[in-house]
Design a protein around this ligand. Structure first.
Ligand code: DON
Length: 305
């Protein structure tokens, strides 16, 4: 791996950005630049970056495995899996169809919106201010970046227009999958999605997951190994929504995408990868980002299979 290789990959894959569109269902996200493409790859000793790696974007659904880990640390496995399942859906990320038909009467997994909103309601704290502070501090700790903040404009935009998420959440409350106040759980979910990061932040979190929760530079175990494993397993089986199967075959790296254009990947024991490419395909995944990861995974034999 070297800088020259990554520069050439960005150059080669940039044109794929015209195949997709930036997310437009959240008005603030429409302002993103469709042709942006950036990447950061890190291992124990090196940081490689290329393209718009430094540009900030909102983390969106990439927050889901991270908040899941915090909820597992707060409440334990039994409580978490009382409220959400462990199975992939094959449906879009914001789908509500299975909530009523799935026999378990709970969201199928914590990587879809319904499951993630349930998980947000389980974060400990006396009020939402304290819960958000705990989430932000956890993200800051894992990314080693004290300056991470919520983008308030994106948060407001999501809150104002998130009617589908709102309806999911009220349904979830009815089937006892939200603890506490529904609007508070939604606010917390919208805020976690609106945390601004860049590719290096995602690569750093990805590397900690790649090392089973251990910060290899400080020797600190930031996440219990068993919870890092649960998060990575969900990333592999459900992290790219209803494209997770294709991604597992083409790329084979536990990864999580978000509609801000981010993808966070963890190559076990080797690399943390952060990608930014806000031009999305119909499934909500970064078009050029996915293709780029496929190429890099093949060139460096990163598939876990
Ligand atoms: O729930 C939403 O609509 C967003 N805040 C996050 C969704 C998301 O990133 C889905 N990703 N592909």
């Amino acid at each position: 791996m070297d800088k020259k290789y990554l520069d050439s990959i960005i150059k080669e894959y940039k044109h794929y950005t015209i195949e997709g569109q930036v997310a437009d269902y959240i008005p603030e996200l429409k302002k993103m630049e469709r042709c942006d493409l950036g990447i950061a790859i890190i291992d124990r000793d090196n940081i490689f970056t290329a393209g718009e790696w430094e540009k900030k974007f909102t983390i969106q659904s990439v927050s889901k495995p991270i908040v899941l880990i915090l909820a597992l640390m707060d409440r334990g496995e039994d409580k978490i899996f009382e409220l959400v399942g462990k199975e992939p859906t094959g449906d879009p990320f914001n789908s509500m169809v299975r909530l009523e038909t799935y026999t378990m009467n709970k969201p199928l997994n914590p990587m879809i919106n319904a499951g993630a909103i349930s998980i947000s309601s389980l974060i400990k704290g006396k009020d939402n201010e304290e819960r958000l502070a705990r989430i932000l501090n956890f993200f800051r700790l894992l990314s080693d970046n004290e300056s991470l903040e919520v983008n308030q404009d994106v948060f407001k935009s999501e809150k104002e227009t998130g009617n589908r998420n709102r309806s999911l959440a009220y349904f979830l409350k009815d089937i006892h999958c939200i603890e506490g106040d529904v609007e508070e759980a939604l606010d917390l979910y919208f805020m976690q999605c609106s945390i601004e990061v860049n590719t290096l932040d995602l690569a750093k979190i990805g590397l900690i997951l790649a090392n089973d929760g251990l910060n290899i530079n400080t020797g600190e175990q930031l996440i219990p190994k068993k919870y890092a494993k649960i998060a990575k397993t969900f990333m592999l089986t459900c992290g790219m929504y209803d494209e997770s199967g294709k991604f597992a075959i083409d790329v084979g790296i536990p990864s999580k995408s978000g509609v801000g254009g981010g993808i966070m990947s963890s190559v076990p024991q080797r690399y943390g990868i952060g990608v930014f490419g806000p031009s999305l395909n119909k499934k909500g995944n970064s078009v050029a980002g996915m293709r780029m990861l496929e190429k890099i995974s093949k060139d460096y034999e990163m598939s876990i299979f």
